[in-house]
Design a protein around this ligand. Sequence first.
Ligand code: C2E
Ligand code: CA
Ligand code: CA
Length: 634
Amino acid sequence: MDRFLSLSDYIVTQISPIGEVIVLTISLLIFVLIYLTRIIREAGAVLVRRMVMMCFFASIVRLVEYVVMTGGTVSRALVYTLRCGYYGLVLSVVFLFAAYIQSVLNRGKKERKRVLYISGITGLIAIAFDIILSISGANFYLLSDGRVNSVTGNPLIVYILFMYIVVVVSVIRTGRRVSNRVRGGIISSAILSSALIFVQNMFNNQYWLTFAVLLPIISGIFIFNTGSYDSLSSTMVPEILISELDKALKNGKKKHMMLIDVRDLEDHLKNDPEFIDSYRGFLNDIVSQGLVCRMWNTGIVILYDGPMDAEKMEVEEEVICRRLDGLKVGYKILCVETDERVTKAAEYIDLLAGIRKKMPSGSCKIVGNKDFELFSTNRYILSELIDIYSKRDLDDERVLAFCQPVLNLKTGKYDTAEALMRLSLEKTGMVYPDQFIPLAEEYQTIHVMTLIILNKTCAFIRKALSEGHDIKRISVNFSMLDLKEESFCKEVLDIIEKNNISPEKIAIEVTESLTSSDLEEIKPKVIMLHERGITFYLDDFGTGYSNFDRIMELPFQIIKFDRSLVIQSAKNDESRYMVGSFAKMFRHLDYNILFEGVENEEDEKNCREMDAQYLQGYKYSKPIPIYDLERFVS
Ligand code: C2E
Ligand code: CA
Ligand code: CA
């Protein structure tokens, strides 16, 4: 083939209007889809839009080139300008693509700078070479008679290929942090694009050059914004952890994990540029051997292969702690190795969540044998709770009604009491509320259990009354979840009626930590039951944030002062004055006061002096099975 072609012949061998129209269509489509689906999340969104826009304009420039140059005489200046414009855009796209990959993978600041310098400098060198080669006749240039020196394969193409190598290298250098799928996705799109460019050049044309640089951008949008990658934290989504871990558990492969929980992680990642920089460095420097996944809104979990070397892990924890201390954020670090007792990934997540909740901020822990045991016990308790819930048997034998008598100072008798729940389970024996109430509330099985206690309490009252015992009333603890139940009032009244006792014999204890929306929701129900004769107690006064407006909006009759107030009031005169004043104020408003946790003579004396009407505590009796209450009430 002749090296020198007329401009129109040359352009036909170089540009395919079809290729460019396809790029125009696809980039427009991407824009519309980005707008409609809002698929692109925080990281790199601006870069993606910019790159797609540049591809769009690059194709327009190419089409203009095509139309102008096949159209006849053209000024040399225009030919050069269009060529500069096109390559300027295409080069910028690949440059931005490298920056985009750095940004979404959250490579550290230092690393990003290095890549940008390398890309920038090699870009300038490529441009310089292009100019020198053109001037020396070894590259594209226009002869004075309007013909073109039609050599392809210029330094700019080499630069584009080089940028893909940069991308591939930096992806490989993120290590195992990002899952193989993500790394594989980027690398294969870079290779595909390079291959397309390379093959075209073998055939001496550039029909699909713009398309080739658009390709990796499309895959980037896919990889980073759909499904498995969380671009905010530059880690994998939790589902990836679950599937990787489940796979390992199924194949009997040991794994170990480290949970790094950072308070307000999401907030920091969204709003705190200084934090983001350190976080990037942190990810790159510290967690390169394991797969990193996002966990909840506050943490990341690193999944490592093989068994855990506890000593090594402690050293690693140390390093991470120091690093996080530097970031000035609240954190918790928790390590765990897979264990036969737990066989599902989701259970490991529960295990971590449960232990994390109880850890103080700034602490590190390795999950031990005791934790696994406690976890298995809790899982067993939970399965029983769910069974109790689903059977809905109001006489379920696993739910025990215990009772603590309350001393009425006016009558000097134990004529009221508080019902307290216990569980009696086959494998564990007796289980106490601190171990199962939080579970029952979390898994929403509490309501049925409350109804069981209410039913058993009513049955006891019926029997005791019929035997001639003097019982004024027994209070039952209700959780906020109970009061929010749609059919709460009807269920309570039905149970009372079924046992053939008067509603006056029942009181409901509600805890102090009511929010205002709770209040709005429960107020009509409480008022309705109150009108039917049920008494309401405000439980645990002094432990939450008291809001007197709210307290006064509900028809409470008795305020139960928490044991912490009894202890506090014994400490010094000021505290005593404060607690005493509260008591006086409530008395003044016609509430009755019950002091909880009266353990000894001194507590009792103290409470009597503070205007108490009722006293409850170990001094009089520990909680006892409800039928033993007969000893106190006769
Ligand atoms: P609470 O309602 O404040 O119940 C009083 C708790 O204080 C009981 O613990 C009781 O055993 C304990 N206590 C009684 N006297 C003393 C004392 O002199 N000193 C000290 N230190 N403690 C004393 P328990 O039975 O373990 O119940 C713990 C919590 O579990 C209860 O606190 C209540 O919030 C919840 N709970 C118990 N039964 C039920 C129930 O049937 N339904 C619901 N929703 N919650 C329940
Ligand atoms: Ca209570
Ligand atoms: Ca209480």
